[in-house]
Design a protein around this ligand. Structure first.
Ligand code: MN
Length: 201
């Protein structure tokens, strides 16, 4: 198989009370697993695609054969997005970024509090299913949101962090209260992991 479901880097209940164990189990073992499985199904039809990285595939969707392009976009995006999502959260996390990332956030968004407000606006304002992202844009940073499992890589942007605002990410615990999920989610954010992503390349 070309792509594999990564193990969660912590126990399913590690992000309680902000993300409950049942949501985490279904989200990883069912939703993420299905994205990986469907991506691999598309790769089976075009084995040459399996030789590329997921970043390369998502970064040039037009290069993907038309019969599997939408599958790779949706399920390749779902595969990549969730792998990132697990990594940028951690137990006993939250707080504020440090170092170069903190400086960059202050420079672009004036303050960390203002960044959080703008990011929450993007997360809560995404109609239906999708993601809000902090991305590298040129030498700076920007906040964007995408529908479905679309990834900023397809728009030439490099994601540094992102929040899943599909209902499957929060509905069991928060029902329709997406804003409450987003507010609580900050307590799970692993700024060290995000700083490392920001520093890469
Ligand atoms: Mn999800």
């Amino acid at each position: 198989m070309a792509f594999e479901l990564p193990k969660l880097p912590y126990a399913v209940d590690a992000l309680e009370p902000y993300i409950d164990a049942q949501t985490m189990t279904i989200h990883h073992d069912k939703h993420h697993a299905a994205y990986v499985s469907n991506l691999n199904g598309a790769i089976e039809k075009h084995p040459e695609l399996g030789k590329k990285s997921l970043e390369a595939l998502l970064g040039d969707l037009n290069a993907i054969p038309e019969d599997v392009r939408m599958v790779v976009r949706n399920h390749g995006g779902g595969t990549w997005n969730h792998s990132m999502f697990w990594e940028i959260m951690a137990p006993k996390a939250g707080g504020a970024p440090k170092g170069e990332l903190a400086k960059a956030i202050d420079k672009v968004f004036n303050s960390f509090d203002n960044f959080k407000a703008e990011f929450e606006k993007a997360a809560n304002g995404r109609f239906g299913s999708g993601w809000a992202w902090l991305v590298k844009k040129g030498s700076g940073l920007a906040i964007v949101s995408t529908p479905n499992q679309d990834n900023p890589l397809s728009d030439g942007l490099t994601p540094v962090m992102g929040i899943d605002v599909w209902e499957h990410a929060y509905y069991l615990k928060y029902q329709n209260r997406r804003a409450e999920y987003v507010t609580n989610w900050w307590n799970t954010v692993n700024w060290d992991a995000i700083a490392a992503r920001f520093a890469a390349k």
